[in-house]
Ligand binder design. Structure first.
Ligand code: WT7
Length: 661
């Protein structure tokens, strides 16, 4: 047993010392199984009680209509998500800080709830002036700047579903998403800071929308000109030339805001009106547009943000995700703001200007609740204990993780070096599709163990099932009843919705993860069981990468698998056969890796790219990915009896070994 494992064993026996707030104790009945039992007895009444904590313009008639696989929550009710995040706090918390934002160069902006409300109203008026109305889709392609939250909330205020596209995605990926949703307006920035450089988002937007004449307006946030040296204490911001503006189509955000009226009544939205579309990777080449509606989603994220993070009035809450992912939607914007929390937002990289940047932020803003991804924790571990040790992290009282399984070593390090051994860690399992957290400890109520997300949130019903749908100790994770934040469909593709999530077992949701349950009934999530990779907490479809590769003229055939990676959890390994007459070379290898990055985004760039004379196939011509995974992991091959030509994979192994050498 290693030292690390001994430490983990000690922790397993140790009850976290955590004193939940009185409000939390009262509400969550900490100390007994209160909310779990309550939700178990009457799930709909339990969720209804949460929904009542939101502000509705008109109440609902029915809590749930379940017509599998379609659910409707709080049917007949009307509300507005932005109203719930802003307006309803104005009286009690108008001058409370809603948002503390720090740019990578060190510039800082703060918004009170009143200021954020005003900015959102102005921007909603501006968008309306550009012709954006209820139901129109708006693409948001922004760096991590306050305007990203403002833009989302302004869309919600109008009732125009947003489609946020991660700023690290390529022009082609942005174009695909704009086209699929038929977005008529794009909100972007002239740039965003990343490791001291500027990512030219507007130039990418111009490329993305070329020839799409239904995109009739582009709003551009001016980000790249940080001229005041006091606003850039790290000294790495320069006044760069901005970007091209197309007259009639492109508008500066600051010009629109200055001219816009500060009064914009929030549009009453039906509980089941679309709040947003968010694209995520699946098993086919084309990302799917996951649809989230208003009432159920807001109920789910409000409840989970409140209980999982035990949000208190004086908390300084920081989730390090990007708003381009669902974590940013639910736990930077909608969940925390609906709870009236103070949210920290940071634009840049954790290692800029040095590897202490996150801890410097935690110290400066006295962050109390910190939510990040295991991949980041593993990187911090590798960077060394001295970085966090150099900062005062004593304000922290609660830590969270999301995005992938957390290995116990990383959990223990997080506990010791960030949490100072004082903070409970909430390992939260959920997905873009679930809208909000599904499996998680409630701090103080559920004893945690390193490596497990523990139990379903009260009101969520899960199980581990085998292929046939029988309960199993180890098998597939399943969600056995509808929940308020569940996706309502895949934009424009009902068949794909049914097929992907509801075809494995009748009326039971299949998330695509393997899991096992332990003697305490805790869920251990084992990772994806489909052709979806999780690279540094980001979902990447193997087919997407394969399509990007075969799009290159030199590539005849490509197969992509995931291999384990110490920091990123998984890394992309690509096997490529080239068209006849093409010479393989190191230059071509780099070109192809770059091609994938240009096609999809840097997150999809293959870590390994192995040229194969042929790909291993079964006699019926199916590529045997299982064997490719063995090769990429550098381990002994599994069963090869169905292989058409065993020599093919042996030669691949040799090439892989050579490329590693
Ligand atoms: C997939 C969903 C939910 C926001 C971030 C990712 C994996 C997520 C955990 C966790 C083990 C996890 C699953 C899931 N995952 N959280 N706590 N433990 N695995 O959202 O991009 O939709 O990815 O991330 O495999 O299916 P996403």
């Amino acid at each position: 047993m290693t030292e690390q494992h001994r430490e983990i064993d000690v922790l397993l026996d140790e009850q976290r010392t955590f004193e939940p707030s009185a409000d939390f104790v009262a509400a969550a009945h900490v100390g007994d199984r209160g909310p779990y039992d309550e939700a178990g007895r009457d799930r709909e009444a339990y969720w209804e009680a949460w929904a009542r904590r939101l502000d509705w313009f008109t109440p609902w008639d029915t809590v749930l209509e379940w017509d599998p696989p379609f659910s409707k929550w709080f049917v007949g009710g009307t509300l507005n998500a932005a109203y719930n995040c802003l307006d309803r706090h104005l009286q009690a918390r108008g001058s409370k800080t809603a948002l503390i934002w720090e740019g990578e160069p060190g510039d800082v902006r703060r918004y009170t709830y009143r200021e954020l409300h005003e900015e959102v109203c102005r921007f909603a008026n501006a968008l309306k002036g550009l012709g954006v109305g209820k139901g129109d889709r708006v693409a948001i392609y922004l760096p991590m700047v306050p305007e990203a939250a403002v833009a989302m909330l302004a869309c919600a205020r109008i009732g125009a579903p947003h489609s946020v596209v991660f700023g690290g995605f390529s022009p082609q990926s942005l174009r695909d998403r704009i086209e699929d949703a038929h977005a008529t307006c794009v909100i972007t920035a002239d740039g965003g800071y990343r490791r001291g450089g500027i990512i030219p988002l507007k130039a990418s937007t111009d490329a993305a929308i070329e020839g799409l004449d239904y995109v009739n307006s582009v709003v551009v946030v001016r980000r790249s000109a940080v001229t005041d040296p006091r606003a850039a204490p790290h000294g790495d911001a320069v006044d760069t030339p901005s970007c091209d503006m197309t007259a009639g189509r492109d508008h500066w955000y600051h010009d629109l805001i200055a001219a816009a009226d500060a009064d914009f009544p929030a549009e009453p939205m039906d509980s089941e009106d679309l709040l947003y579309i968010l694209y995520t990777s699946g098993t086919t080449g084309k990302p799917k547009g996951v649809m989230h509606t208003t009432g159920g989603y807001m109920t789910h994220v409000t409840a989970t943000a409140k209980w999982v993070f035990d949000l208190r009035e004086d908390d300084i809450y920081w989730c390090t995700a990007d708003v381009g992912w669902v974590t940013g939607h639910s736990y930077i914007v909608y969940g925390p703001l609906s709870n009236g929390a103070t949210v920290v937002m940071y634009e840049g990289s954790p290692d800029w200007p040095d590897r202490g940047r996150f801890w410097e932020l935690c110290e400066r803003y006295a962050v109390t609740v910190f939510y990040t991804a295991p991949t980041a924790i593993r990187a911090f571990m590798r960077w060394g204990d001295d970085w966090p040790a150099g900062y005062d992290l004593s304000a922290l009282r609660l830590l969270g993780t999301v995005g992938e399984p957390i290995n116990p070593e990383a959990w223990v390090w997080y506990d010791r070096h960030i949490g100072g051994g004082r903070c409970p860690i909430v390992d939260t399992w959920w997905q873009t599709e679930t809208g909000g957290i599904m499996i998680t400890p409630l701090p103080g109520a559920i004893t945690t163990k390193p490596g497990t997300a523990t139990v379903p949130f009260p009101g969520i019903e899960a199980a581990i099932l085998d292929e046939e749908g029988n309960p199993a100790e180890s098998g597939y994770l399943a969600i056995t009843s509808p929940w308020p934040g569940m996706l309502r469909g895949v934009w424009g593709d009902e068949e794909r919705y049914r097929e992907t999530y509801w075809s494995k077992w009748p009326d039971i949701y299949f998330p695509g993860d393997g899991a096992r349950v332990d003697e305490d009934g805790y869920y251990w999530i084992m990772g994806r069981v489909d052709d979806v990779l999780n690279v540094a907490g980001h979902r990447i479809g193997t087919m997407e990468v394969e399509s990007a590769l075969v799009d290159h003229g030199a590539v005849a055939e490509a197969a992509v698998v995931g291999r384990s990676d110490e920091i990123k959890g998984q890394a992309v390994a690509a096997f490529v056969s080239v068209v006849e007459g093409t010479e393989t070379s190191e230059a071509l290898r780099q070109e192809l890796r770059g091609h994938v990055a240009a096609q999809i985004g840097a997150i999809a760039r293959p870590a390994d790219l192995i040229f194969a004379a042929e790909l291993p196939k079964t006699r019926s011509g199916k590529i045997m990915r299982r064997l490719l995974r063995d090769v990429a992991e550098g381990r002994a091959l599994g069963d090869t009896t169905t292989l058409a030509d065993p020599a093919v994979v042996r030669s691949l192994q040799q090439q892989f070994a050579d490329s590693e050498a």
